[in-house]
Design a protein around this ligand. Structure first.
Ligand SMILES: *Cc1c(COP(=O)(O)O)cnc(C)c1O
Length: 219
């Protein structure tokens, strides 16, 4: 099936209040252009160099989301143009994003990544670490970042009940921190769900799904 057909199918399957991030990592610019021509404006990449190269070749009204793990020394390359960083998992990284955002006179939107899976390999904060960051004095001084929500990845499991319980756990954490509001912190977005599990994620309260292979084919 064509990229356009896949995209329209997914658009049909997700409610209007759920934002679709088209995950285009490893895919050629021509594939992204096809998705763009079909109306898609939000793309997710997990490598900064690839994201930068693609952003230079594609229309300027695209919102670029960094969905991969971010190393502190790479922040400076995304700071001029990134729209949302999904995988923020330390105060140190937030401080660096704030510093680089300031240089470009921007406020960079971030999601805090929470660890919900059973697997050892997934990045992210525990609930306690998340609370420690947002309640810290240093966090309150950061004026050039804005925490706009949470992101998480479920286990790669065929067991839907495991996946469902992990997403439900993240949704509960999201509801718990939601009343906590600062100038640089307002929990509006819950980014969870990929090609294999986005339907469950939406049932569990996701407001943003990150879908790659179901749009662009396997990588
Ligand atoms: C690759 C990736 C996705 C998309 O995965 P698909 O299974 O291709 O939909 C979503 N989120 C993150 C963080 C990813 O790295």
């Amino acid at each position: 099936m064509s990229i356009e057909t896949n995209l329209l199918e997914i658009k049909k399957a997700i409610p209007e209040n759920v934002t679709l991030v088209a995950v285009s990592k490893t895919k050629p610019v021509s594939d992204l252009q096809q998705a763009y021509d079909a109306g898609q404006r939000i793309f997710g990449e997990n490598k900064i160099q690839e994201m930068t190269e693609k952003s230079e070749q594609l229309p300027q009204d695209i919102q670029w989301h960094m969905i991969g793990h971010v190393q502190t020394n790479k922040v400076k390359y995304m700071a001029p143009f990134v729209h949302l960083i999904h995988g923020v998992d330390s105060l140190k990284l937030l401080i660096e994003i704030d510093k680089q955002a300031k240089k470009h006179n921007r406020i960079i939107n971030c999601l805090l990544q929470v660890y919900i899976a059973k697997e050892e390999t997934k990045f992210g904060l525990s609930e306690a670490e998340l609370l420690e960051i947002i309640h810290s004095e240093e966090f309150k001084t950061l004026k050039n970042i804005k925490i706009v929500g949470l992101m998480g990845m479920a286990s790669f499991s065929d067991n839907q009940e495991i996946v469902r319980s992990e997403f439900t756990n993240l949704k509960n954490i999201f509801e718990y921190v939601k009343p906590y509001q600062l100038e640089n912190c307002s929990f509006e977005i819950l980014s969870m769900g990929m090609s294999g599990d986005y339907k469950i994620a939406i049932e569990c309260g996701s407001t943003m799904v990150r879908i790659g292979s179901s749009i662009f084919g396997t990588r």
